[in-house]
Design a protein around this ligand. Structure first.
Ligand code: HEC
Length: 137
């Protein structure tokens, strides 16, 4: 019985070596991240995670994105769409404690990658913590 109860899970894991985020409505590029084993991601998503680290979002949103003084982004990304994310990051909600990152070149280049990373975290497909490239040795 014990071994048998794990079988559906094992099948589900084998069937899903890579997960793709839902395509967002709107004219912007679709959000797609690719993840293997929870901690290996495509290069764009890797840049998104690096942006998260470089801009130290975890100071307020927590290292696992589960919230500190800022809200949990794991929760927020269940509903936050790309346009809303863009508005929040480029302009901030300064009166409420969310800084404006519009002057950051890294953010300008990588906001869609960061969106994909956070979507993957929220979907539970990408593990918290360090990531590496899918093709890394
Ligand atoms: C100095 C603290 C601080 C830092 C640093 C910070 N945030 Fe925030 N963030 C906040 C607070 C506080 C809010 C809630 C604002 C509000 O009440 O609407 C917020 C809100 C957000 C939201 C909207 C969540 C929702 O539910 O609508 C997103 C998305 C977000 N932050 C992303 C980021 C990202 C990405 C970074 C790093 C580039 C970052 N934040 C860095 C404090 C911070």
């Amino acid at each position: 019985m014990k071994g048998r109860s794990l079988l559906p899970l094992a099948i589900a894991l084998c069937a899903l070596p890579a997960a793709y985020a839902q395509t967002s409505a709107g004219q912007m590029k679709p959000v797609a991240y690719q993840v293997v084993d929870g901690n290996k991601v495509d290069n764009n998503t890797l840049q998104g995670w690096r942006t998260w680290r470089a801009l130290a979002c975890e100071r307020c949103h927590g290292a696992k994105q589960e919230g500190l003084v800022g809200p949990s982004l794991v929760d927020a990304f269940k509903t936050l769409d790309k346009n809303e994310f863009h508005r929040t990051v480029f302009g901030g909600r300064v009166d409420k404690g969310m800084p404006d990152f519009s002057s950051s070149t890294m953010m300008q280049k990588n906001w869609e990658n960061l969106y994909a990373y956070l979507k993957g975290r929220s979907d539970g497909k990408i593990n918290p913590g360090d990531l590496q490239a899918i093709d890394a040795k």
